[in-house]
Design a protein around this ligand. Sequence first.
Ligand SMILES: Cc1ncc(C[n+]2csc(CCOP(=O)(O)OP(=O)(O)O)c2C)c(N)n1
Ligand SMILES: [Mg+2]
Length: 574
Amino acid sequence: MGRTVADQIVETLEAACVKRVYGLVGDSLNGFTDALRRRKTIEWLHVRHEEVAAFAAGAEAHLTGNLTVCAGSCGPGNLHLINGLFDCHRSRVPVLAIAAHIPSPEIGLDYFQATHPEQLFRECSGYCELVSTPAQMPRVLEAAIRHAVTNRCVAVIVIPGDVALLPAGDQKATLTQGLLPALPALVPSPETIRDLAALLNAGQKISLLCGGGCAGAHDQLLDLAARLKSPIVHALRGKEHVEWENPFDVGMTGLIGFASGYAAMEACDTLLMLGTDFPYRQFYPAKAKIAQVDIRGEVIGRRAAVDLGVIGDVGATIGALLPHLHARQDMAHLETSIAHYKQARAALDTQASGDGRRLHPQQVTDTASRLAAADAIFTCDVGLPTVWAARHLQMNGKRRLIGSFWHGSMANAMAQAIGAQAAFPGRQVVSLSGDGGFTMLMGDLLSLKQLNLPVKVIVFNNGALGFIELEQKSSGFVDTGTDLENPDFAAMANAIGIKGVRITAPSEVESKLAEAFAYPGPVVIDAVINRMELAMPPKITGEMAKGFTLYMMKAVMNGRADEVMELAATNLLR
Ligand SMILES: Cc1ncc(C[n+]2csc(CCOP(=O)(O)OP(=O)(O)O)c2C)c(N)n1
Ligand SMILES: [Mg+2]
């Protein structure tokens, strides 16, 4: 067979330094997977569900910053990619999706498996185009790659199986330097820097709110905080970049954050937002002046009205700003915030030390954090595992933390762990999975074995869709539809040839997690934890207190008084 369009696709992916493609085969993809097989330059990692392929590609892109690829066959095959791609797109990681399409002569005729991928993928991508003829290639693919890499988004090419098998045109092979232009640093103009300095110099109590845009700017942030005597509050995506070795750290704000993070924002007269689009408007201070620095002009001011918007990289902006800032002597705001943080941290640590009887998820997470490798990669499922990760995992500048922090999809953690482990075979990868999240895409547990990925999956087995159960209670509903009837996950893992470890008592946590972490292959750690865990937000509103009271009254009236008693015993007697 001569060189086909599919070969040309693989050549271009090689030039884009792609190492592996996550996906699941189908006849419309056969040209592509066969080209991968013949050329042997890019690995095909086949998973059991395409959604997992998209999450895995997203995790690899998050960790490496490089373009990653997932692929699905026509109709339902690529439709399954969509939720994972929404996560990638909204997390702003560069992922290319290859959506194979029905035979080109059948498009528009309601053929078997017909969908319109170029419409379906529009909302979860920054570029989405149909390849109809070989002459469009490789330019359409190159455009897709450049969109993904320069805009840090999802790009999709839709290609009918028959088009992929046509002879390729004779366009020259693309060179890496032309395909992947280096991204420049964005530095604000001197006038803007002076305006920002003036705003900050006029402030008395300045707090910094830091997000994922602070990646790589740890040193600059600390210099800035030292100059301004400012507490550093972070949003969840900032945790892995700013929390560690940081004497100005006062914890996270938001619904699942710390009281001290919330208080440091409330108490300031000037808030400087750095690389964050933290979405919860009720957590922004009502009276403070606000300046916001972000590389994306379009996100400035959309959560809280700002007095000054600054388009720029966080690190470069701080570098330009520092010489213009007056050194500040007054430590009061910083000291108060740090004292409050120490209190909040101590309260969380007490929760993690447990009560000696019930197995609390905080203890499991805290122990996992202590025992995990210095450069471990953690993933956490949406739901309570994200709360435990945010509050009890310790970062250090080498560790990483990935979740579905923007899209908020369940079942992300194990899928992301697959991508993390594939990209970093030598590093320890730990998935903090909910029992709901784990079982949602449980088929891909088999991939850990088949693909030889030694991921440690800690299942927080509370027998419930716990986060929603808590939400229901706090808004005055009697919890309903949240029960999960689970098997013994450790026994299940053993039955499929994966090591299973079951933890049922607080005294076993340390030794069993150590045993699991030391094992060279994949492990499922079935942590049978307490269900009645109250993960309270830092700001308990009157509404929420009313909600809980209403829930308790209704539960008692419905003959569920014992549950109310257990809730009180679990959370108040610790
Ligand atoms: C795909 C999807 N479906 C539903 C939800 C709503 N939701 C958010 S958290 C959650 C419960 C998660 O349960 P589990 O994984 O067991 O974690 P837990 O909170 O119990 O620790 C649900 C249903 C969601 N975020 N994503
Ligand atoms: Mg659960």
